[in-house]
Design a binder for this molecule. Structure first.
Ligand code: FAD
Length: 350
């Protein structure tokens, strides 16, 4: 029996998160209380930006145009779904020459290499071909288990250590001709950071920026308080809240195995791939939420922790003072495990 959820369940999760953005008022009041409220689609998902105080000099229409242009540019550079994006052109090019790339791609790749090293390769953007084989990438979902021979062949074309970066000359090169990079686990977070920087450059310091569930918050909501973010209970069938956290001046990202997956004969195959085996993760960790100053970093670390699982992920997060909330599935329901840095973050605020 194949139990399939739509591919872009992230959108549903995003709308859920928006409904649950408990900002002390119902959704319809929200627009009345936000001088700037902008929602639309990007990167195969949706985004929402709320600004509590808009400087008099800022024109709403112009700000929307600037944000959309920024997001379209990022999409045009970092998408594997756009065949002419800078990333796709690099993926298609089998040359091992140094290639000049846009600043956005260089910035994101520099961070992906840092996170790959930090997590001993658990986070590895070169799994792109394997992600596609499992049906979680650009090719339509096939809800089937890829042939072992195809997986073994794809595994020979992976390994973050085969991507070289020269930050001084803005160049990158592949040591394996078929290296194929997939930035789905980090580029939305990067885009959130870039929108936040655009708002702050316009003197805006009370905002929520959310793209596909990756969020960055600053200042206060429309009630003059910290923003309230609901973390979803990682249940595939029904929507529910695990917990609501009052936070601000931070970014938050969650990765899980309960939205983007298919089931075959009772086994769940999720979109998070263990780069060492080429197999979707199978442990009981249902979701990980990360707090970090950067949404790009939070986005990548959430996926990395999902790959590492509840024990190794928790140890690494503790060791590196990463603020992480692990939600683990047990026979009696979900249990939470927070790192000291996650607990500390709220202690300071209370
Ligand atoms: P996360 O948990 O944040 O990341 C999981 C994703 O990361 C997997 O789907 C896989 O791609 C990758 N991954 C899996 N294992 C690993 C690993 N070990 N290390 C590193 N990465 C791993 N989707 C569309 O349907 N249409 C589009 O047009 C489209 N355009 C996009 C453009 C951009 C620039 C980006 C970044 C993504 C785009 N997407 C598109 C994909 C979609 O937005 C989501 O990124 C995707 O569904 C996964 O997001 P997530 O946050 O649920 O997954």
């Amino acid at each position: 029996m194949i139990f399939v959820l739509t591919k872009l369940n992230k959108i549903t999760r995003v709308y859920l998160l928006l409904i649950f953005l408990l900002i002390g008022c119902s959704e319809q009041q929200t627009s009345a209380h936000y001088p700037f409220l902008y929602s639309s689609g990007i990167m195969g998902t949706s985004f929402t930006i709320k600004v509590t105080h808009l400087p008099k000099t800022i024109k709403v229409k112009l700000l929307k145009v600037k944000i959309k242009q920024l997001l379209d540019n990022i999409n045009a550079q970092l998408s594997t779904y756009e065949p002419k994006s800078a990333l796709s052109l690099f993926n298609q090019n089998q040359s091992s020459d140094w290639q000049t790339v846009p600043d956005s791609l260089l910035t994101v790749l520099t961070e992906t290499q840092r996170i790959s090293k930090l997590t001993n390769g658990a986070f590895d953007i070169t799994v792109g071909k394997i992600v596609n084989l499992w049906g979680f990438g650009v090719d339509p979902m096939s809800f089937t288990i890829p042939k072992t021979s195809n997986l073994e062949k794809a595994l020979t074309t992976t390994g973050y250590q085969h991507l070289l970066i020269d930050n001084l000359s803005f160049k990158i090169k592949k040591q394996l001709p078929e290296l194929y990079l997939d930035l789905s686990a980090i580029a939305k977070g990067y885009a959130v950071d870039q929108v936040a920087l655009l708002l702050e450059a316009d003197g805006i310091n009370n905002y929520m920026v959310e793209i596909g569930g990756e969020i960055r918050l600053k200042g206060q909501n429309n009630l003059g308080k910290a923003w309230k973010i609901a973390i979803e209970k990682p249940t595939p069938k029904k929507r529910a809240i695990q917990k609501v956290i009052p936070i601000s001046n931070i970014a938050i990202a969650t990765s899980g195995n309960y939205r983007n997956f298919f089931e075959l004969k009772g086994i769940r195959y999720s979109h998070t791939i263990d780069p060492r085996t080429g197999q979707p993760i199978t442990h009981q960790l249902a979701s990980v939420t990360i707090l970090n100053a950067s949404a790009m970093t939070a986005d990548a670390l959430a996926t990395a922790m999902m790959v590492l699982g509840e024990d190794k992920g928790y140890q690494l997060a503790q060791q590196h003072n990463i603020a992480a909330l692990f939600i683990i599935k047990t026979a009696d329901g979900f249990i939470e495990k927070s790192t000291s840095a996650f607990i500390e973050f709220f202690k300071e605020k209370s």
